[in-house]
Design a protein around this ligand. Structure first.
Ligand code: AMP
Ligand code: MG
Length: 418
């Protein structure tokens, strides 16, 4: 279909206009899931000092050489080192210091004997007076039950690379090295406008000719799923004044991206086109894509703008194909789309456009088998809900015989499918 714009060419044209967002400094407690904008280097060793990995007694390992289960060796107790304290004591031959997990090893000691391998008794958490000596029943090597300074993290080491998506473990590391604020990339703020005289709010009773606006919910959810912040603008009626007003409200929110739905198909787009020509510029494309042939892309008041088709499935598929990569580029994130290969369970006709067919997946004899979810109407949201993935039929293919191996864009994690 030579008059239709190739999907990849359209996406490349869009992405060429997208500038990744700047960074911002935020408190560490808000940083989960955010993308680090600059590498973090530690300026401390962790642990900062050698410390005990057990509750027990710091000793010189040489003093323990003759100790065993039936032969005790008595050592004189010269210090008590609870967690959170440091001792100035220097341990000499024949001496030991009672020490708690995490407490700094005193100078002169090179190992810790766990309390279980001694005759000492103390109740954790209680103040047990320090006895004059302890008898140990085990021999140790230097370094036993000692965590060395810097064994976890070394000062000067680059710990977390720029571009890392922060998870619990990274937040823990950043906390441990004293990074109370982190530089992350800004999240894209996305204004969402539904257009159409037929649309009513979710809480409103249906009346003849009306349908509820579902696109603003699917689009907002997809924006959130991909790390953006959705800003819902009230629905625009199909009048110049209303559409102009809604786009102005969108711009007032200083968004990084504006997405409208509906009003881009043949015969419908005049209102949206008129307003965007007035406030910016837009191209109305016919994409070689099914569902989702009509797509508008341009800018409004300097902000990138997508006009997605109104049909709910077309809106979701064009979001996945065009808006998702745009959001990822804005947020400096890598492509997270997961694909597998599956064999088709039935013959599938196509019309020569690149087609995204809603399918269910099943594991059969060591391969994934894809079965269409019934109606492929671009208005049937239920088919999107039921689908495990989108089977991609390339351009210029009009017939896919049963058993063909095809790429599938997963819509759920593989572990949840079966
Ligand atoms: P249009 O692009 O305006 O011709 O709309 C195409 C189809 O999508 C029509 O059936 C509309 O009723 C439907 N539609 C448009 N906007 C929405 C929306 N926000 N939620 C659900 N359906 C919509
Ligand atoms: Mg409409």
């Amino acid at each position: 279909m030579p008059d239709l714009l190739n999907v990849d060419r359209a996406l490349a044209t869009i992405l060429a206009t997208i500038q990744p967002l700047a960074s911002e400094l935020i408190p560490l407690e808000n940083a989960l899931g955010r993308t680090l904008a600059e590498a973090v280097t530690s300026n401390v060793n962790l642990p900062p000092f050698p410390n005990s990995s057990m509750d027990g007694f710091a000793v010189q390992s040489a003093d323990t050489l003759n100790a065993s289960a039936d032969k005790g060796v008595a050592l004189r107790l010269v210090a008590d080192i609870p967690a959170g304290t440091a001792s100035a004591v220097v341990l000499r031959q024949g001496e030991a210091a009672r020490i708690m997990t995490g407490a700094p090893l005193p100078d002169g000691a090179d190992a810790v004997i766990p309390v279980e391998s001694t005759d000492a008794k103390w109740t954790p958490g209680s103040d047990t007076a320090l006895p004059p000596s302890v008898t140990i029943h085990r021999s140790l090597k230097g370094g036993d039950y000692v965590r060395k300074a810097g064994e976890d993290i070394r000062s000067g080491e680059t710990l977390v690379k720029a571009g890392t998506k922060l998870r619990a473990a990274e937040l823990g590391i950043l906390a441990a090295i004293g990074q109370a604020a982190v530089k992350v990339y800004r999240q894209p703020h996305v204004a969402i406008i539904s257009t159409g005289d037929e649309l009513i709010e979710v809480s409103t009773e249906l009346t003849p000719g009306k349908i509820r606006d579902s696109n603003s919910y699917t689009i907002a959810a997809l924006v959130t799923e991909h790390g953006g912040i959705p800003i819902k603008i009230p629905t625009a009626r199909d009048t110049l004044e209303d559409v102009r007003q809604r786009f102005r409200e969108a711009l007032d929110q200083q968004p990084d991206l504006i997405i409208s739905s509906a009003g881009v198909s043949v015969g419908a787009f005049d209102v949206v086109r008129t307003i965007i020509d007035e406030m910016g510029h837009v191209d109305f494309w016919k994409i070689n894509l099914r569902p989702g042939k009509p797509l508008a892309y341009g800018q409004v008041g300097g902000v990138p703008f997508f006009g997605l088709p109104g049909n709910p499935v077309s809106a979701m598929v064009t979001f996945d194909v065009f808006v998702r990569p745009t959001l990822l580029k804005l947020a400096h994130q890598k492509d997270d789309a997961k694909h597998i290969e599956a064999a088709t369970s039935e013959d599938i006709d196509s019309d020569g456009r690149r087609s995204y067919i809603r399918v269910n997946l099943k594991r059969e004899q060591n391969q994934w088998v894809a079965r269409t979810t019934g109606t492929q109407s671009s208005g049937a949201l239920s088919s999107m809900m039921l689908a495990d993935g989108l089977l991609i039929i390339p351009e210029d293919v009009t017939f896919l015989p049963a058993g063909s191996i095809s790429p599938i864009r997963l819509l759920r994690p593989l572990e949840e499918i079966g």
